[in-house]
Design a protein around this ligand. Sequence first.
Ligand code: C5P
Length: 224
Amino acid sequence: LQPKPLAGKRLVVTAGPTFEALDPIRGITNHSSGKMGFAIARAAREAGAAVTLVAGPVRLPTPRGVQRIDVTSARQMLAATLAATVDADVFVATAAVADWRPAEECGHKIKKDGSGQPPSVAFTENPDILATVAQGERARRRALFCVGFAAESHDLLVHAQAKRARKGIPLLAGNIGPLTFGQDDNQLLLVDEHGTQELPRAPKLELARSLVADIARRLPSWTA
Ligand code: C5P
C-alpha cells in the first residue's frame, strides 16, 4: 500500500456557486457545477487528509468520509471557511463566488407595481474569500497553503500570474480552454512563483488526484 501523502493534514475546499438573494424567492447565481471542488475533496480524503467541503447550492453527493458544510451566500461561505481553516494545513478555493450581491435583500416578494417601470437593483461587492484567508495570519506564517482557481477566457498565463500575485497565494490552477462548467473533464495550468506546469485534459477526479499529489509535494518546503 502506498503511504498517504496527506495523512495527518487538514484540507478545506470551497465548491459550487453562491446564491445571493434579491427577495425571498429570487436571487443571482451562476452555472458552477461544483464538480471540481467535490473531486478535490474526494481526492484529498483518499490521500489521507481530514477534509471539510464548504459547498454552495449544488446537488452532488458528499464524498465518503468528507465533512460537508452547506452554505448559500458568499458571506456564509466566508464565515464557514474562516471557521474551518483555523487549524487547516491546506485551503483550495474552487467556488465560483458571486462578485456582487444585491445591496439590500427585500423581505417580501418584489411585485410588479403596474407602472411598467422595472425595479432597479443596486449591487454591493462580496468579500473575496480566498484573498481574505490568504491574508490571514495562519497563511502568512506559512501554516496554511492556499490554492486558487481561475477561469479566464483569454491570455490565461498573464491573467493567472497576475491573479496569483494579487491574491497573495503560492499556487493557482487555471482552467485551460473553453469554460468547463458542468463538464466531467478539465485541463489545468498550474502557476507558481517559478513558472507553469500543465495537467493535461482528464476527468476531473483524475486531475484532482494530480493536483492533490502536487500540493502534498509542495507542503514540506512551504512550511519549512
Ligand atoms: O478573482 P477571481 O474570482 O477570478 O478569482 C478566482 C479565485 O478566487 C477562485 O479560487 C475563487 O474560488 C476565489 N474567490 C473567492 N471569493 C471571491 C471570488 C473568488 O474565494 N469572492
